[in-house]
Design a protein around this ligand. Structure first.
Ligand SMILES: [Zn+2]
Length: 139
């Protein structure tokens, strides 16, 4: 196949998509120029396929949100641990107070010790709820 004198004009026309009627007629009749036009169009076309992996700004926002979530989870665990420790200490204090009472009988529950019993029950519930939340987060 020999070079065609219109090859350069065909390449420029194909790259810019500006065809003259004479050049279009020549490409229809010259196989070499038809190939040049085809290859030039293919190389000039935008590359189809996946876009860039991710926007850096979006990646930065996702990383920031993930750091915040980790910090919140850590703080939540610390608060829950303190809550459980306070509940256990409160229960121990209440138990000690009840054991040190001189008259421990059902009639004593009607007085001030019923308040102690209610506080002990609420502390037990608080401890159970805190432990269940701690265990459910670990799972
Ligand atoms: Zn030609």
């Amino acid at each position: 196949m020999t070079a065609c004198r219109h090859e350069r004009d065909v390449r420029d026309a194909a790259a810019d998509e500006r065809w003259t009627p004479e050049l279009s007629a020549h490409v229809a009749s010259c196989r070499r120029c038809a190939d040049v036009a085809l290859v030039t169009r293919a190389l000039a076309a935008p590359v189809a396929g996946p876009q860039p992996i991710a926007d850096p700004h979006r990646l930065w926002i996702l990383a920031r949100n993930r750091r915040r979530q980790r910090a919140e989870a850590l703080i939540s665990r610390v608060v829950m641990g303190v809550q459980i420790a306070v509940s256990v200490l409160g229960l121990a204090g209440l138990g000690f107070a009840m054991m040190s009472m001189e008259s421990w009988s059902p009639s004593a529950l009607q007085g001030g010790s019923s308040t102690l019993l209610a506080a002990a029950t609420s502390l037990v519930l608080l401890t159970v709820v805190g432990l269940s939340r701690l265990l459910s987060k670990d799972a």
